[in-house]
Design a protein around this ligand. Structure first.
Ligand code: C5P
Length: 420
């Protein structure tokens, strides 16, 4: 269609199967469908039975210029709507909005509607844009379902924070149609150069790093002041855990040297828990001796109390002065000894981002640095998204705002280009 001016050039001529589930956000699927069509994609829509209560099949049929599929059989003439051929037809299955119910069923393999059977048969990349109330989204069950789906290769367009249909404000609002279209565009653009992955092709993906061993550091170190108090940072470990999980999925042996986090150990990963920067140093250096590379994602304390009190320091009315000493730099230590092994570092900056990251690249002898700036919304600590720039000696590559699992996939792809 209008490839020259399209904001989503990789969508032109692609087959997008748009799945709509029963959420108030279904109205946004109409706008999304229009964006996909305008970009030149061929769109077919599968709705769950409940989705019809939120947006009419007539609207979606008109916008997609294709009949809407809901039932396994056409009630008029008994013709079978083949989920297998739909799955084969699609270059991407995009479920937007995806309710907590559908995500849970996708996780467990329940196949009680056409959208779910299509999902189970699909060989193409699968993208979900969750939409639900903030408590449903934050619930451990939903989070675990999303993690499991992401582990299997499903791509997640994170919901935004904002006003929800319930009247509450929080995270759970479906991403805007433009963001979802851009996500699919970027996914399909990459699919042209990389083997894209979905549950079915995990075996293919698995082979890529078989026989390789990686060390990943993640989470925050804890520097004890006394038996009760400590110095630490806000790092949750999510980014490092996502990288460890992705490396393991690609077949690598992974040793995750982990500071404090609440996260479960990713499948196939060997986890060594540590507390202080000193403990992390020892565990990482030992593991690196047998490794082909390391990803230094931990937020390591730069300073630790020079002396740790054996007993709780009693408060009084005076000021308390703590003397801190520098911790050892694990990354710099590995960098000086890395040889032809791969070493990836992180830089979290609040100012002079690029210059600081480049200095780190040189000082610690990283192959590349993943820079995230606290100035970018949705980047850095706590959240499930990150906006990063890769910096290596050839230049820099800025990535859009992505789920941390997706950022992990990009990092692992870049590591592969260095290994092979
Ligand atoms: O110097 P800065 O702490 O900003 O460098 C960040 C990078 O160095 C990260 O990859 C971090 O994991 C690593 N690092 C380390 N040991 C330290 C400090 C930072 O491995 N003591």
């Amino acid at each position: 269609m209008q490839s020259g001016r399209s904001a989503y050039p990789a969508l032109e001529g692609r087959h997008i199967l748009l799945g709509i589930t029963g959420s108030i956000a279904a109205y946004k699927a109409a706008v999304l469908c229009r964006l996909l069509k305008t970009a030149g994609a061929d769109v077919r829509v599968v709705m769950t039975p409940l989705a019809k209560q939120f947006i009419t099949p007539l609207t979606m049929a008109t916008l997609s210029k294709n009949p809407i599929l809901v039932e396994f059989f056409d009630p008029e003439n008994g013709a079978w709507n083949s989920h297998v051929s739909l799955g084969e037809w699609a270059d991407c299955l995009l479920i937007a909005p995806a309710t907590a119910n559908t995500l849970a069923k996708m996780r467990t393999g329940v196949a009680d509607n056409l959208l779910l059977t299509t999902y189970l048969s699909a060989r193409c990349p699968v993208v979900v844009a969750p939409a639900m109330d903030l408590d449903m989204y934050a619930h451990a069950a939903t989070q675990e379902n999303l993690r499991m789906l992401a582990d299997r290769g499903v791509k997640i367009v994170e919901p935004a924070e904002g006003e929800l249909a319930s009247g509450l404000t929080g995270k759970g609002r479906m991403a805007e149609p433009e963001e979802i279209a851009a996500f699919v565009d970027s996914l399909l653009a990459r699919a042209e150069t990389h083997i894209e992955t979905h549950d079915k092709t995990c075996d293919e993906k698995k082979k890529r790093l078989q026989g390789k061993r990686f060390v990943v550091t993640a989470g925050a170190t804890i520097e004890a002041i006394d038996p009760v108090r400590f110095i630490s940072t806000h790092s949750t470990g999510k980014m490092g855990y996502a990288i460890a999980g992705e490396l393991a999925r690609c077949g690598a042996e992974v040793i995750l040297v982990s500071g404090r986090t609440n996260l479960p150990t990713p499948a196939g990963v060997e986890r060594h828990d540590v507390l202080s920067a000193d403990e992390m140093f020892d565990a990482t250096v030992e593991a690196f001796a047998q490794a082909d590379g390391a990803v230094m994602c931990a937020a390591v304390a730069d300073y630790t109390p020079a002396e740790v009190s054996d007993t709780k320091i009693k408060k009084n009315d005076d000021e308390l002065t703590l003397t801190l000493r520098r911790t050892r730099d694990i990354a710099a230590h590995l960098g000086a000894r890395k040889g032809d092994r791969v070493l990836v570092g992180f830089a979290l900056e609040t100012d002079h981002e690029a210059a600081n990251a480049e200095a780190k690249l040189a000082r610690k002898n990283f192959d590349f640095v993943v820079l995230n700036s606290l100035r970018d919304a949705g980047a850095g600590f706590r959240g499930d998204t990150n906006k990063v720039t890769f910096i290596d000696r050839a230049g820099c590559e800025e990535l859009p705002l992505l789920a941390k699992t997706e950022v992990a996939a990009r990092i692992v792809e870049k590591i592969e280009t260095l290994l092979f």
